[in-house]
Design a protein. Structure first.
Length: 331
């Protein structure tokens, strides 16, 4: 099986989150053709995960990553060194490398399986459904673009919605109104002043104010304003949540979306380590064994117009995945 050809085939199937059906069907047919016992795990609205195992032995190591991509769709292309296109490194090249590794490992009699998921780029709905239907595996090797370095941890995430309310008035008479935007600005300054946690092994918690919106017109005192904040967590969030609530009290309401937990991860000797500053499906797959996080490609080009994966790194990932699985199975 040629991982370069398979990567291009998968990239050329549009699978923006919510529209993973076609790429899931392609993977299902490919895995059936390769002789795996393959199932479509229903998720929601005709979306499904793809699960592949071997008939004769339950999997002890399961390889996993996601099928969905961020928009826009970008078809594949290649040059001598790299494959380009949406999903080339995040994460369709990883899917191809994992299938190629499983092909090699099954010839050695290794008990392997695969789990390919929907929804990672938005709400991890595929991982959450899979966690309700786990296989009795010991290890989960999850793929994300880490440049073939093994992650010692992955940061968590916390989304916060701040909503400020005011009273409309003619802008010539501001004393008759109450500006929601001014209240929100004060709230944001107070939130930005919070000293964020720093994990000596992992680094700092970070904040991004991603969206600010509100108001009616330039000559109207605004009666509403909102901001969306995104934190990258390096530990539990309870203290941070409490601090945010205290800082915005009397100015805005704070709503917290379900967080993705910070995770420490299993490593193996002999592989360069890194910290994944991004979130993955791993925190939602706690019933799938001890997690390992590694994959070809760079997160720095994922989600960009020039997303790509080096062919050399793709082939190296197949070797790495096999080596890691052997070490885990022998532990």
């Amino acid at each position: 099986m040629d991982p370069i050809r398979l990567t291009r085939r998968l990239v050329d199937i549009e699978s923006i989150t919510g529209n993973e059906g076609a790429v899931g069907a392609e993977l299902y047919e490919e895995l059936v053709r390769l002789g795996y016992t393959t199932h479509k795990m229903p998720v929601a609205h005709e979306r499904f995960n793809v699960v592949a195992t071997l008939d004769d032995v339950p999997p002890q190591v399961v390889f996993s990553t996601h099928m969905d991509t961020v928009p826009p769709f970008i078809p594949s292309s290649e040059d001598h060194d790299s494959i380009y296109g949406r999903g080339s490194c995040d994460a369709k090249g990883i899917i191809a490398a994992q299938i190629a590794a499983c092909q090699r490992l099954r010839k050695e009699g290794a008990a392997v399986g695969m789990l390919f998921l929907v929804g990672e780029e938005r709400d991890a709905i595929g991982a959450k459904m899979a966690n309700q239907n786990p296989l009795a595996c010991r290890f989960l090797i999850n793929g994300e673009p880490t440049e073939n370095k093994i992650a010692v941890a992955s940061k968590g995430s916390l989304r916060v919605l701040l909503t400020a309310r005011g009273r409309m008035a003619h802008s010539a008479y501001p004393e008759l109104g109450e500006s929601a935007i001014e209240k929100l600005l004060v709230a944001l300054e107070r939130v930005r002043a919070i000293e964020l946690p720093h994990n000596p092994e992992i680094g700092p918690c970070t904040l991004n104010i991603g969206i600010i919106e509100g108001g009616r017109a330039a000559n109207v005192i605004p009666d509403h304003a909102r901001a969306e904040l995104f934190y990258r967590l390096v530990g539990p969030s309870e203290t941070l949540r409490s601090q945010i609530m205290q800082q915005v009290e009397g100015l805005a309401e704070a709503e917290f979306a379900p967080e993705t937990r910070f995770m420490k991860l299993r490593t193996v000797p002999g592989i360069e380590a890194m910290v994944a500053k991004f979130t993955t499906d791993v925190p939602w797959l706690t019933n799938w064994g001890t997690p390992v996080l590694i994959g070809p490609g760079s997160i720095h080009v994922a989600h960009t117009e020039r997303e790509h994966i080096a062919k050399k790194q793709l082939h190296e990932a197949v070797d790495l995945y096999c080596s890691i699985a052997r070490q885990l199975l022998g532990s």
